[in-house]
Every structure is written in structure tokens, then in C-alpha cells.
Design a protein around this ligand. Structure first.
Ligand SMILES: [Zn+2]
Length: 120
């Protein structure tokens, strides 16, 4: 249901946004302000702080956690592959943010690059 909705949003707005590949996760989270949880829920990010090799993330629904500041991390991969598709109810992620997310990294070319790099 939610997946269908997001797909529709994507189809109705053909503007695509691509981010350059960063070696770090922090600029990415800082920019899109979204966090994919392991359960596939997309949270809104209230604060993201860089602490050495780690980033500290606070979601709108009150979760605070640390994660390694690497674009090879699970979160970066999930964001790129759009594996988190259910917006968090508590975070109340605004529609425009979801649309922006949906229109980002939707390039097959980007995916190819990523896969190639991963297998090396
Ligand atoms: Zn949340």
C-alpha cells in the first residue's frame, strides 16, 4: 500500500536528484534528514552530529543512536537501494521529503556503479 503510494509520487514528479558519492554517511544523512531502520521504517532525522568516526542520530520519534560514519554502512546501502519504504508514523515525515527521497538515487547507472565497486 505504502509502496504503491510512493511509486505514484515518483511517477508524478519526474525530477530526479542525484547526490555525488561521499565517502561518509554524515553528509548524506545531514542532507536528506531521513533514517532507514532495520525493520524497513523510514524515520525523520531531527539531529545528526559528527563524533569522530561515528555519527549520532536523533530521530523525530525520539530514538538516539550511533552509527559508523561510512557510506558502506547498512543505512547508506538501505537509503541507496530504497529498502526502507514505510514512513514512521511517529516521525510524521512530510510528503515532500518522501518525494525527494524517492527521486534520489533512482538512477540505474548509479546502482551499477555501486554494485561494481562493491564486488571489487
Ligand atoms: Zn520515527
Amino acid at each position: 500500500m505504502v509502496q504503491g503510494l510512493i511509486y505514484e509520487v515518483f511517477m508524478s514528479d519526474n525530477k530526479k536528484r542525484y547526490y555525488r558519492k561521499h565517502p561518509e554517511l554524515h553528509p548524506l544523512i545531514d542532507k536528506i534528514k531521513l533514517w532507514p531502520s532495520r525493520s524497513g521504517v523510514l524515520h525523520g532525522v531531527r539531529k545528526v552530529k559528527l563524533r569522530g568516526q561515528y555519527i549520532e542520530v536523533e530521530t523525530h520519534c525520539g530514538n538516539v543512536f550511533r552509527t559508523h560514519n561510512s557510506r558502506k554502512s547498512r543505512a547508506a546501502r538501505w537509503l541507496r537501494n530504497k529498502w526502507a519504504v514505510t514512513p514512521c508514523v511517529k516521525c510524521k515525515v512530510p510528503e515532500w521529503k518522501l518525494t525527494k527521497y524517492t527521486n534520489t538515487f533512482f538512477s540505474p547507472h548509479y546502482g551499477k556503479n555501486f554494485t561494481a565497486k562493491k564486488t571489487v
